[in-house]
Design a protein around this ligand. Structure first.
Ligand SMILES: NC(=O)c1ccc[n+]([C@@H]2O[C@H](COP(=O)([O-])OP(=O)(O)OC[C@H]3O[C@@H](n4cnc5c(N)ncnc54)[C@H](O)[C@@H]3O)[C@@H](O)[C@H]2O)c1
Length: 298
């Protein structure tokens, strides 16, 4: 199956990033803002980040214009009717995603591929509300989508082999490196990464080491480009906490149960880099450990 046009629902971080990737590969793309309001902010955000790449000499101005020109930003879900592939990337909430899949079946042709970019929810549960289930799958990009090579293709219960093959070919066409995964909560990367990040928090709670010490040890001793606390702050502590909670709710594996320190930081609004404080305080350069964590909260 040839994918000539892609529809993306949700114009947040991942939606815009994936739209850029598709348009950069020359594929006309529709990006639908899924909540009230205009999509202008998302479009302006993309244009600004591409303009920065042009300034730094990493992209030609003509390429920037071509990418922007291939993406139609809209608020009309019906605009994906002639898309061969739809990727939903709205809020990580199962009921909201299921309702969207149900609506998409009414909008798209029966052989259009319907996919979700969910990080931790069951693709099979979304498939369950659909009539034409063979074309439903997961297409899990990583953040930032333009830079990260991996895409996990999620093979849910009734996903057909031809759907998986078409998605594999699509990923390669847009320059990504796909891996096929059976529908297990958290898939491969988040299923393995989450307990690692949570274990670092548990070591902190036990007093085994401090934030800087644990990060330093994993960089220097295990060859990781960032330590677990810097990585958690980069991903966003709300995202890590929700990811852990969703996997724990589904799999009941103790090592996915979020520790108190993480949950409390989220409650306090310390979400990592995006709020200026998480495990680290980013107001100082280089960042220093968040003083609130001098006395671990657990
Ligand atoms: N951020 C990541 O690192 C990452 C990586 C891979 C996959 N994902 C997944 O991608 C999806 C989107 O995440 P994101 O990081 O782009 O989030 P985001 O917060 O940047 O964007 C979320 C989008 O959902 C929309 N939205 C909010 N409430 C809604 C509602 N009630 N109904 C419909 N739409 C609503 C918002 O308008 C926004 O466009 C999620 O399923 C997430 O799990 C995120």
């Amino acid at each position: 199956m040839d994918i000539k046009k892609v529809g993306i629902i949700g114009t947040g971080t991942m939606g815009v990033g994936m739209a850029q990737v598709c348009a950069q590969a020359g594929i006309p793309t529709v990006a639908v803002k899924a909540t009230p309001g205009t999509p202008e902010r998302a479009q302006a955000g993309l244009e600004k980040s591409l303009a920065r790449m042009v300034e730094r000499g990493k992209m030609e101005a003509a390429e920037k214009d071509a990418i922007v020109g291939r993406i139609a930003f809209t608020t009309d879900e019906g605009a994906v009717a002639d898309c061969d592939l739809v990727i939903e990337s709205i809020i990580e909430d199962l009921d909201t995603k299921k309702a969207l899949f149900k609506r998409l079946e009414g909008v798209c042709t029966p052989d259009a591929l319907l996919t979700t970019n969910t990080s931790t929810l069951s693709v099979t549960s979304m498939m369950a509300v659909c009539e034409h289930r063979q074309r439903v799958a997961g297409l899990h990009f990583f953040n930032p989508a333009p830079a990260m090579a991996l895409v996990e293709i999620i093979h849910a219960f009734e996903t057909s082999e031809s759907t998986v093959r078409a998605l594999e070919a699509f990923c390669k066409e847009i320059g990504k490196d796909p891996v096929i995964v059976q529908d297990t909560t958290g898939f491969i990367v988040n299923r393995l990464l989450t307990p690692y990040l949570l274990s670092a928090v548990r070591l902190l709670e036990r007093g085994t080491g401090d934030i800087e010490g644990i990060d330093h040890a994993m960089m220097s001793g295990a060859g990781h480009p960032m330590g677990p606390f810097a990585l958690a702050d980069y991903i966003g502590l709300d995202v890590v906490n929700a990811m852990a909670q969703n996997i724990y709710n589904d799999a009941r594996t103790d090592h996915h149960n979020p520790p108190h320190t993480l949950t409390r930081l989220v409650e306090l609004g310390y979400l990592g880099r995006k709020t200026g404080k998480g495990f680290y305080d980013y107001s100082s350069k280089p960042p220093t450990a968040n003083p609130a964590l001098k006395h671990p909260i657990s």
